[in-house]
Ligand binder design. Structure first.
Ligand code: NDP
Length: 246
């Protein structure tokens, strides 16, 4: 028996990168897994097919995290298709950059809509379907706690907001036996932050291990926290960044 046998999960932004790795890892541990995406239907479909290939149920739902109604509907659709919801992974994200002089009001609104408002809305919708033992696992960033270069104020501000939100969720959901954890990855090889990108040497230089992580490394921690081992971890931020912020 696998650790997540019979559980149901929804991963936002599950078509690529860290979200795709989380979705397939949760399925490998026994969960049925729905995922959302916005612009890559083919990639989302192939993640869902891979999950079905593991013998689990899956569903790819197009839902722009910037649209709160679409997010809430996606959660309900996932719960209906999978017969409930035990695990929500708030992962969908973007990487806006620009100095304080360059950032526009539109950038600010869109970033906070995707990184913060969507987490509120998805969690509100998900916990209506969740019982005792449920998990709300949110992907933040190690840049919430340390900002080593210019141009990151908007991204970092939006990920820092998740620290307060996650603590509040722990208090609101604790009486129902639902745990909330914020995972704060560091440099991870994905389309958002490729290992051979323009800024990758600078990121490697800050890492205690001197290397990027792979999406599967983050997914392994998420799967661990989604299982019994995560039962009493709530309100905490887990920074998994190869020692970059050490
Ligand atoms: P990718 O760009 O590789 O993948 C992003 C995923 O999010 C895709 O599935 C994409 O869907 C989805 N997505 C983006 N915007 C939206 C939206 N508006 N609505 C719904 N889905 C959306 O990024 P990563 O895998 O690297 O990042 C995943 C998370 O990890 C993000 O929250 C990011 O901030 C965080 N993170 C990443 C780090 C890194 O070094 N890679 C480090 C620290 C944190 P689609 O394919 O349809 O576009």
């Amino acid at each position: 028996m696998s650790t997540l046998d019979g559980k149901s999960a929804l991963v936002t932004g599950g078509s690529r990168g860290i979200g795709a790795a989380i979705a397939t890892r949760l399925a490998a541990e026994g969960a049925n897994v729905a995922l959302t995406y916005t612009s890559a239907p083919d990639k989302a479909a192939s993640v869902a097919t891979a999950i079905e290939g593991l013998g689990r149920k899956s569903l790819a739902i197009q839902a722009d995290s910037a649209d709160p109604a679409a997010v809430a509907t996606a959660v309900d659709q996932a719960a209906e298709a999978l017969g409930g919801l035990d695990i929500l992974v708030n992962n969908a994200g973007i990487f806006p950059t620009g100095t304080i002089e360059e950032i526009t009001v539109e950038d600010i609104d869109r970033t906070f809509a995707i990184h913060v408002r969507a987490v509120f809305v998805a969690t509100q919708a998900a916990v209506r379907h969740m019982g005792e033992g449920g998990r709300v696992l949110t992907i933040g960033s190690n840049l919430a706690e340390r900002v080593p270069w210019p141009g990151l104020s908007l991204y970092s501000a939006s990920k820092s907001a998740l620290l307060g939100l996650n603590r509040g969720l722990a208090r609101d959901l604790g009486p129902r036996g639902i745990a909330a954890v914020l995972l704060q990855p560091g440099s991870t090889d994905t389309d958002m932050n490729p290992v051979d990108g323009d800024h990758s040497d600078a990121q490697r230089a800050l890492s205690a291990f001197g290397e990027y992580m792979k999406a599967g490394d983050i997914a392994a921690t998420v799967a661990h926290l989604a299982g019994d081992a995560g039962r009493f971890l709530t309100g905490s931020a887990v920074t998994i960044d190869s020692g970059t912020n050490a």
